[in-house]
Design a protein around this ligand. Sequence first.
Ligand SMILES: CC(C)(COP(=O)(O)OP(=O)(O)OC[C@H]1O[C@@H](n2cnc3c(N)ncnc32)[C@H](O)[C@@H]1O)[C@@H](O)C(=O)NCCC(=O)NCCS
Ligand SMILES: Nc1ncnc2c1ncn2[C@@H]1O[C@H](COP(=O)(O)OP(=O)(O)OP(=O)(O)O)[C@@H](O)[C@H]1O
Length: 199
Amino acid sequence: MALIGLTGGIASGKSTIGRRLEALGSVRIDADRLAREAVEPGSRGLRLVVERFGEEIIRDDGSLDRAALGERVFGDPEALADLNAIVHPEVRRLAERRVAEARAADPDAIIVYEVPLLVESGADMDWDLVVVADAPAETRVRRQVELRGLDEGDARRRVASQASDEERRAAADVVIDTSGDEARTIEQVDALWKRLTAR
Ligand SMILES: CC(C)(COP(=O)(O)OP(=O)(O)OC[C@H]1O[C@@H](n2cnc3c(N)ncnc32)[C@H](O)[C@@H]1O)[C@@H](O)C(=O)NCCC(=O)NCCS
Ligand SMILES: Nc1ncnc2c1ncn2[C@@H]1O[C@H](COP(=O)(O)OP(=O)(O)OP(=O)(O)O)[C@@H](O)[C@H]1O
């Protein structure tokens, strides 16, 4: 049984690593997905978000307008802190429940919890190992622009909303260098998996 925290800055390659570890046999839990569940239509989370940010962040179909909310919070630390205070406790609750379920289903499971904000707000979970995806901020800005169509200012604001590369590295037991091509990332993940399963 092991609980592995997988983190990294925005567009660092966390999901690429998480998906590979899942394909190799781990249980994958994704905080970004849990954060979406926390603000589903009809949820308490969405009601609180609307109370704080107004009806203009709701689309015609009643769902959250993520692009509009992203524009409001990235670059405005106070607004981001308010959003985090609404969403993070629910994400934490959902994550702990998923971890407990995975352990109950298989006591030997290797559980990988992919959490962008491990350093900012998840450092106190009971990690057996912390894995950090590491690529320079400039590379991560470029990926957001080229692969996700964000404008450069927006991409930079998202990078600046997070802990620094140094802070994440300081929390790492294992660093995966994701600055090269994806094949290079996968090689490192496969080597890590070998170590994990050889124990
Ligand atoms: C602001 C929102 C609506 C923007 O949605 P969008 O679909 O554009 O982005 P998505 O949720 O897919 O996140 C993409 C990446 O942005 C970064 N990011 C997301 N939330 C945050 C945050 N609160 N602080 C810093 N970076 C963040 C992460 O690297 C994440 O992987 C959304 O990110 C959100 O609700 N964030 C608050 C919840 C949160 O902290 N989620 C992160 C995991 S707990
Ligand atoms: N060496 C690499 N390792 C991982 N991903 C890479 C690499 N080179 C390019 N990419 C690309 O970078 C993009 C970001 O990767 P990914 O979605 O895994 O990041 P992420 O850290 O999960 O992002 P986010 O924080 O936004 O959720 C993807 O389109 C991926 O294909």
